[in-house]
Each structure stands twice: as C-alpha cells, then as structure tokens.
Design a protein around this ligand. Structure first.
Ligand code: MN
Length: 217
C-alpha cells in the first residue's frame, strides 16, 4: 500500500528519470522532511535558453516552475511560469555546471533564496495546509522572505491550458514597484552566467535598445 512517504518519493521519479547522476553533480532525488521554516529558491539557469527556476518547498520536495523572463516586482508584469517536475529539497543549494549532453546542460546559479509562508503568514502546519489547497486549486498565494523577492506573490494557473502554464504575479504591497523590473539587472556578483554571456557575445549584432533600467528602492 502507498503510504505518504512512498507517494512523496514517487513525486521525484520524473526528476530522477531525466538525470544521469554519474555525470551531473545535481542532487539525486530524495524526499526531505524539514521541521523548521519552509524555504524557497530562485535559480538562474543558462540552458539552451536563459531562464529562471522558481521553487517552493512543500511536502519534502521543491515544487518548481520555469520562469522564462524571471520574477518581477511590478504587479502589472505577470510572468509566465511553466510548472515542471518536482525537484528534491537538496536542490535548494545547487549551483554549478550541468555537463553537455545532460538534461538542462549549462550553468545554474542561485539568484535569490529565503523562507516563505502562506499569505496569512500562518504557523507551519496551517501554512502547509493552505499552500497544498492553493496548489490544488491552481491559485497559490504566499509571502516570500528573500533578499530580492519580498512580500506577497501569487502563482495562478491559466485555465483551459492543459500544459502547465501559470502566471507568477507580485501583489501590490510595500515591496511592489511601479517601474519596469528586470531580474537580469540584479544578478549575483561574479556570476558565472554573466561571465559566460560576456565571453559568448555575438559580435555583429547591434543593440537597438537598452534593457529596462535597474530599479532602485
Ligand atoms: Mn531550469
């Protein structure tokens, strides 16, 4: 019979199936139970395309969405977030190079991390219940306590879409900005991805416009 632990481990079957752990240094999929606060992580990932991976701990795994444009602090700027397979809890610390020929080959770096709770900032057990319900309903509201991402956010599933399209939306609160926001303007110092991008710039192409300006608070 399937107990809770087995169901949780099954959650990582797809993750494990996609990866060859003899080659990649990513963590093998194991479910982890944490007692203390729930965590989130946002990884910047230069694979075939540069994107961000937004991950929320729930039930011992990291619920995961690939966000092509990265998160925004501007509530008007809803960012597409494609739900992908659950990742192991230990993935929260993963940064490094995934070798060529492997799933997601390229560079991963940590863009932001911290703790999170449900929208009401409930204690752990109640938060988990609310988050499970939100996830199931395709309307997940939460508070992030990161370095860059703070305050209220929502992940809302797009109706009528059988693919796993969601929108990542900043709620209007004290941490929201009204100006253009690009996560690319707030990348880590000594970022290996920026180094790679600098070294692999396409020479002939002229830039026609400057990117969005960095938002200073
Ligand atoms: Mn990715």
């Amino acid at each position: 019979m399937l107990n809770e632990k087995n169901l949780l481990n099954m959650a990582l079957t797809l993750y494990n199936k996609k990866r060859n752990f003899k080659e990649t240094s990513e963590p093998a999929g194991k479910v982890n139970k944490t007692a203390s606060k729930l965590i989130f992580v946002v990884q910047r990932h230069k694979a075939s395309r540069l994107h961000y991976d937004f991950r929320l701990e729930l039930d011992g795994v990291l619920k995961s969405w690939a966000v092509p444009k990265g998160p925004s602090l501007n509530p008007k700027d809803k960012r597409l977030a494609m739900m992908v397979e659950d990742h192991p809890y230990d993935y929260k610390d993963f940064a490094g190079t995934i070798p060529e020929g492997n799933y997601g080959a390229g560079i991963v770096e940590i863009w932001d991390k911290g703790t999170y709770t449900d929208i009401e900032n409930s204690e752990n057990d109640k938060a988990v219940k609310n988050l499970r319900a939100g996830l199931k309903a395709g309307n997940l509201k939460f508070q992030l306590f990161g370095k860059k991402l703070k305050g209220e956010f929502a992940l809302v599933k797009l109706k009528g879409n059988e693919d796993n399209s969601w929108l990542l939306i900043k709620h209007n609160d004290d941490y929201a900005v009204a100006t253009d926001y690009s996560s690319e303007d707030d990348t880590p110092k000594n970022s290996p991805i920026n180094k790679w991008l600098d070294e692999n710039k396409k020479p002939a192409k002229k830039k026609t416009s400057a990117g969005p300006k960095q938002v200073k608070k």
